[in-house]
Structure formats: C-alpha cells, structure tokens
Design a protein around this ligand. Sequence first.
Ligand code: FES
Ligand code: FES
Length: 167
Amino acid sequence: MKLIVNDIEHEVNVESNMPLLWVLRDELDIKGPKYGCGIAMCGACTVHIDGNPVRSCSYPISAVSGKVTTIEGLGTPKALHAVQEAWIEHQVAQCGYCQSGQIMSAAALISNNPSPSNDDIDAAMSGNLCRCGTYPRIKQAIRTAIAKQNEQSLSPDLIKAILGDVE
Ligand code: FES
Ligand code: FES
C-alpha cells in the first residue's frame, strides 16, 4: 500500500492491521515517533495525519487515508517550526523521550487554534505524559511558539494592509 510521509511517497508491504508506528519505525526507519505505552495513553508516538494529531501506536495502517507528518517533517534545520524554536529557547527537553510527541501535539494545537486559552492548551496536551516533569517549560514554550507564529503570520504586506502607510 502507498503511504505519504513527510511529503515522500512510500510503498509498504505490511499487514493491514500493523500500527502506523511500527511502519514508520521498522519499515521506513523514521525514529522520531517513540514507543511508550502502546495503548494510546502516553502520547510519545504522536504524529499528524493531515495536520491532526494521532497516536500512531494504536492507528492501523489500513486506516491512514491522509498525509503523515512526523517530527522529521515538521521543520528543517534551516527553518525550524515555531514550536521547535520555542522548545530550544526554553530548553524544554530533559531525557527527551516524550518530546517529539509533545512537539507534534503542540504544533497541531497552534495550527488548528492560533489563540488557545490555558484550558485549550491543557486539553490538547493532557494526553502527552512526561516522566521528567517538563510540563511547566512545555507550557511556556507553547506560549512562545504562539507569539512566534502570530509574528510570522503578520507579514509586512499584511501589516501594511491593516495599518496603511505609517510614516
Ligand atoms: S506509545 Fe502511543 S500513546 Fe503511548
Ligand atoms: S523529557 Fe523525559 S519523559 Fe519527557
């Protein structure tokens, strides 16, 4: 079957009930998504399908009907995603094991809701567990990423259109 991951099309020959996480890690050698619980309870395996976060450990490959994005496809080393930049600025990671899942959930959140409330953030991130307790830095980094994203969306042309020519 065909699978598009990070904008690259792959042909994979696997059982239809194989979880997406297994396909990514074992068949395609994409190791960003992590195996934590295997039962959709920890978020370590989070990837996007058409921009929405899913737990790839519990998502059969046969159910994948859109484009898959893993943390490897979220940004590039020269053009990091706003969430990745914010994570570095706040030095969020400790052991790092949960962090690709945290980042993917945060990126989906701010893409689908550019002005989330604290409750929205808590709801979106509640399924991503961190044994190292990096939650306070995660929240700070999400706030920074939202500010960065809003800055990026205000292009000079858009600012000019809103404000007109201000001398
Ligand atoms: S490994 Fe998928 S949610 Fe824990
Ligand atoms: S940084 Fe160690 S589990 Fe989250």
